[in-house]
Structure formats: C-alpha cells, structure tokens
Write a protein that binds this ligand. Sequence first.
Ligand code: CDP
Length: 211
Amino acid sequence: MIVAIDGPAAAGKGTLSRLLAEEMNLAWLETGSLYRAVALRVLRDGSDPGDSRAAVGAAGHLDAGDLSDPELRREDVGQAASRVAAISEVRAALIGFQRRFAHRPPGKVRGAVLDGRDIGTVVCPDADHKIFVTATPEARARRRFLQLRESGTPVDERQVLAATVERDARDTERSASPLTPAEDAHLLDTTNLSIDAAFATLTAYISGSSD
Ligand code: CDP
C-alpha cells in the first residue's frame, strides 16, 4: 500500500504521516528531508541554494547520515530547501530514491507513506490513497511559531508568517513539480481540527468510509 500525503509547510503532514505509519505498520519517508539535506550541504559548502551546479552536486552525494542531521529543521534550511527544490535537475536526482522507497519500503511493513509536495502528482501518481493536507497560512504559521518557541529558538510570529507565505509562493509558483493537489486527492483542511480529529478524518478516507 502506498499513501501520498502532500501539502504546504506546517499543515500537519509530518504528524499525520507519523501516526499513520505507526497505526498501519507503514514505512514513512519525509521527502522534505531530502531537499533539506541538499540545502544544508550547499549552505555548508558556502554556495548559493539557487546555484544549480552546487545543488545538483549535493543531491548526488547524499547519504543516510545527511537525513538524520538535527540541523535539517532550521528555518533557514527550510527556505534554502525550497530554493534547491525549484531546480528540476535536483528533483530528477531525488525521484528514484523516493520511488524505490515507496515500492520496496525497508523492514517488515505493509507499505509506505510518503509526505511532501508532489507525491500524489509526480512521485507516486499510482498511490492507493492521496491526501492533500492544508490549513490557513495564519494557522500554519502559529503552529510553526509554537514549535520553534518550544525548541528554544527565539522567533517573531509575524516573521514566521512572512516566511511561510514566501515559501508557499515559491513552492506553488515554480514550474518543476509545483505544489498542487492531485485531481484524485482528498482535501483535509486542518485549520480548526485537533490532531486527533484530523487523524480520524485521514483514517476514514483511507479505510474508504468517507469521501
Ligand atoms: O516540514 P515543512 O512542511 O516545513 O517542509 P518540508 O516538507 O521539510 O519541505 C521543505 C521544502 O522542500 C519545501 O518548502 C519544498 O520546497 C521542498 N519539497 C519539495 O519540493 N517536494 C517535496 N516532495 C518535499 C519538499
């Protein structure tokens, strides 16, 4: 079974995917971590995330250690990730790994859940279930602000909102695999839903008991 969960920043994709993976015994791949890892390598090399040669070079050299680096979650790495993600050669370099994970997930599992921006549209258009998770920019920025504050990062909520809107615009307007719901995706708006309520809706979609 392949489940594709797409949506903009801080909509709840990560938490919902993790819960789903646990409940249904699926392997989980946060595909954003691949783009974040490319971006972090580029930043550490002192290059510009918009420099396609540097970004494509970094994409060709990723290893497992890159994906578990705690620095991946930094806000500036998220912004740089959305810049490397707009480069079609970077996307091409990462698609094979994502498809292999989806079709042959590691471990004794029933399948895989992948979260990202283009899983239902480009990486796994054949996924068994597609969900597009969204929420208003204000609700998403509030969640990201609270997460950052909890992790001890001093931030201003208005700046988090501005950065969220900027990243959404870049992800939606790029020509390479833009962020958009697949035609056959279920839309899940989490603006006014608790995690429990959002998860109940998600599992109802997957079990086919709700359209
Ligand atoms: O966790 P958050 O929603 O903030 O972001 P993420 O999923 O870690 O993704 C970081 C960036 O990687 C996004 O802003 C996208 O530009 C890019 N990305 C992408 O283009 N395609 C994907 N399948 C996943 C992420």
